[in-house]
Write a protein that binds this ligand. Structure first.
Ligand code: HEM
Length: 502
């Protein structure tokens, strides 16, 4: 066995006794044990070094998705999709790329229970030769909002009441029932799909529409799906509630233990693709992430799989400091005009500058393969650790940027031009046909009806949550779900009556 490390102060000076403090040796004979009782000395750098750093150990937790678990792995190309995308990491069957994945709940704090009824974040960083590609997804194919200005309002209602600091069923349902484009996601969330049995047994979905370019510069709209090879398994309301008390870290532990014993989870990766012409014929906007693309019209196409096979060696350095963002992309994969996606491009690096500091991209877990990747004007700032691009000029010029990276010209020309720009600025929600909002939720209710007990579970899960809200909010919740199918509202009211008698 190698020698244990020597305990030192932060300047590397060895310390003889980890637990000693320096103090003035006044011995007071009034005390029987005769131990020195003098005050501490300011020269005791070991003590001050340790306390001062301890005082600064916490950094801001993520404003959403604070509780999470992560692991390393690799992605492998299984099928050729070069007709859709010209990405170097996808250009050869069998090619492997290192990845890091973090799973999370959304609304709870860093110490909250893993089994809360909440969507799960599913973020993967691909360390590709063209830069880090982050796919920052959820385990649900749809989302609560399609207008980014609603996000902070919506999130506040799912967190704590500003006065009581308690979760608040009135706020929760007041927001949702007033913003019924959320219905599809809420039905999904309150169905038995709303609480995964483990992080290994859930899928991941881009939700948003992306634009992927091939080598000719032609593009398709794309949605991505990660399908769990472990199958999809969920907890019911009561199992999840019990686990939240018995082991709030149930999912974190399950993932760590599985990887530790070599039971590596695997996901198959698929795309759905749509042309601009096809998008014009859909009854919904492809920029509206409250909608899915029907699989019957847009079948899944397999292109790869990824495996998680290595646990982090330090939770804080790797899982806490990892910084994912939809803006971390590669030349052939561009965002669409979805306004929620476009807002996310700003929000993530912005919060990360606050959460981790201006040079967060230099932290090893975030650093691209080409360490200190070349952006000559990104210089200095607090905590430079990668050499700061040495003696190269601190601006782009003919000497240090002689070669332009070759990407199909259309990637740049087309960006944002798939929709005609209007002369006047039109709020996105004005362009949406709201009558279609309840069609997909109605179909989802029918899908639940194909499995024994799924519709009943949805009704039970909603009623168990809304029973803590005021009667008028309960009334609104029944109306809200009736938009998908009138029978749901009726059943919720009946279930509420049953629960109130318990
Ligand atoms: C306007 C809409 C949204 C805004 C403003 C927003 C903002 C944020 C912010 C500020 C964070 C914390 C990031 C960090 O501290 O590193 C975050 C995390 C996250 N968001 Fe969003 N978000 C939005 C919508 C979405 C959507 C639609 C999805 C999924 C399709 C999503 C998935 C995630 C995931 C997975 C994380 C956790 C990343 C991690 O593991 O570190 N968000 N979001």
């Amino acid at each position: 066995m190698s020698n244990p490390p020597v305990y030192t102060t932060t300047n590397g000076c060895p310390v003889s006794d980890a637990f000693s403090t320096q103090r003035i040796s006044i011995v007071n004979n009034d005390y029987n044990n005769k131990a020195p009782i003098g005050p501490l000395l300011m020269q005791d750098f070991k003590l001050i070094d340790s306390l001062a750093h301890f005082d600064r150990e916490r950094i801001p937790e993520r404003v959403v998705h604070a509780k999470g678990a992560g692991a390393y792995g690799y992605f492998e190309v299984t099928d050729d999709i070069t007709d859709i995308v010209d990405a170097k990491f996808l250009n050869q069957i069998g090619k492997k790329t290192k990845i890091f994945t973090r799973f999370s709940t959304v609304g709870g704090e860093k110490g909250s229970a893993d089994t809360a009824r909440d969507p799960r974040g599913f973020s993967t960083k691909f360390y590709t030769e063209e830069g880090n590609l982050d796919l920052v997804y959820n385990n649900t194919p749809i989302f609560f909002i399609r207008d980014p200005t609603k996000f902070p309002h919506f999130i506040h209602t799912q967190k704590r009441n500003p006065q009581t600091n308690l979760k608040d069923a009135n706020m929760f349902w007041d927001y949702l029932t007033n913003n019924p484009e959320s219905l599809h996601q809420v039905m999904y969330l309150f169905s038995e799909r709303g609480t995964p049995a483990s992080l290994r047994t859930m899928n991941g979905y881009s939700g948003h529409t992306y634009k992927w370019y091939n080598s000719k510069g032609d593009w398709h709209y794309v949605q991505v799906h990660f399908i769990s090879r472990q199958g999809v398994h969920n907890l019911n309301n009561e199992q999840a509630g019990k686990l939240a008390g018995d082991n709030p870290d149930h999912h974190t532990q399950d993932l760590f233990d599985a990887i530790e014993k070599g039971d590596y989870p695997v996901w198959d990766c698929y795309i759905q693709t749509m042309t601009l012409e096809e998008s014009k014929k859909q009854p919904f906007s492809v920029f509206d992430l409250t909608k899915i693309w029907p699989h019957s019209d847009f079948p899944l196409r397999h292109f790869g799989r990824f495996t998680l096979n290595e646990n982090p060696s330090n939770y804080f350095a790797e899982v806490e400091q990892v910084a994912f963002s939809p803006s971390n992309t590669i030349p052939s994969m561009q965002p669409s005009n979805d306004p929620v996606l476009q807002s996310r491009l700003f929000s993530y690096p912005d919060t990360q500058r606050h959460r981790l500091g201006g040079n967060f991209h230099q932290i090893p877990i975030n650093c691209p393969l080409k360490s200190g990747s070349f952006a000559p004007q990104i210089r200095d700032g607090s905590m430079v650790i990668d050499g700061n691009l040495g003696s190269t000029p601190n601006y782009a010029n003919a000497y240090n940027c002689p070669v332009q990276y070759t990407i199909p010209a259309k990637v740049n020309q087309d960006k944002g031009n798939d929709e005609k720009y209007h002369e006047e600025v039109i709020p996105f929600h004005w362009t949406i046909d709201e009558s279609y909002d309840f069609v997909q939720p109605g179909k989802f209710w029918d899908v639940l009806g194909k499995t024994n007990g799924e519709q009943e579970a949805l009704v039970h899960n909603i009623a168990s949550h809304v029973k803590d809200a005021e009667p008028f909010i309960q009334e609104r919740v029944a109306e809200y779900f009736s938009k998908a199918n009138p029978v749901i509202g009726k059943l919720i009211k009946e279930e509420l009556k049953k629960l109130s008698k318990l």
